[in-house]
Design a protein around this ligand. Structure first.
Ligand code: HEC
Length: 164
């Protein structure tokens, strides 16, 4: 190997080494926070509720686990983290309402609004409510989730509440 080639190799090794150390340092000081959404549901609840969710085609309008039906362009709120915004009792009442818009007003045309699930057996409404309540978001993403939900629901920009 010629001296020039050797120097070039050493140079490359030093640059690559420096880049690796720098990346490691970046990850150390500013770790990727990852996905903020999680569920506290038992595997059984998750399995049963997700089968029901699929059968009832909730995903025609809602995003969950950040998956969205690409064909549907309905501006319904995403359900990721929704259990950190509302309670299981609230979900049960909402799903049981003959007119869900009496609980949560809609800004959408009737065909895009949240349908009533009052006709479902009580067991299924309870199952969905328990699952929705289990869809949590980490604290560091709570305010973002609240903002996205508010803006989807109202079509207006979100103004954080002051503490007074
Ligand atoms: C036809 C579209 C559509 C379908 C299907 C649908 N939703 Fe909705 N949903 C909406 C819309 C739109 C809203 C917002 C309120 C409104 O505009 O009526 C909403 C609101 C909600 C909310 C309240 C969200 C919040 O901001 O607090 C929950 C929870 C919810 N839906 C769960 C479900 C579940 C569970 C299913 C399936 C059983 C389902 N939805 C099926 C359109 C739909």
């Amino acid at each position: 190997m010629k001296a020039g080639e050797k120097n070039l190799l050493i140079f490359i090794a030093v640059v690559v080494g420096f880049m690796l150390v720098y990346r490691g340092y970046q990850e150390f000081t500013d770790p990727d926070p990852g996905i903020p959404f999680y569920t506290t549901a038992s595997p059984e609840l998750k399995r049963e509720a997700e089968a029901l969710y699929k059968r009832l085609k909730c995903s025609k309008c809602h995003a969950l686990w950040m998956v969205r039906n690409m064909m549907a362009n309905v501006p319904a709120p995403a359900l990721d983290g929704i259990g950190s915004l509302r309670s299981e009792e609230w979900f049960y009442r909402y799903l049981s309402a003959e007119n869900p818009q009496s609980i949560l007003p809609s800004r959408l045309r009737p065909e895009y609004r949240m349908p009533s699930y009052a006709h479902l057996p009580e067991k299924e409404r309870r199952l969905l409510a328990a699952y929705l309540a289990s869809l949590k978001v980490e604290d560091w993403y709570l305010e973002e989730t609240r903002k996205a939900e508010y803006e989807k629901l109202t079509g207006k920009p979100y103004v954080p509440k002051s503490d007074e």
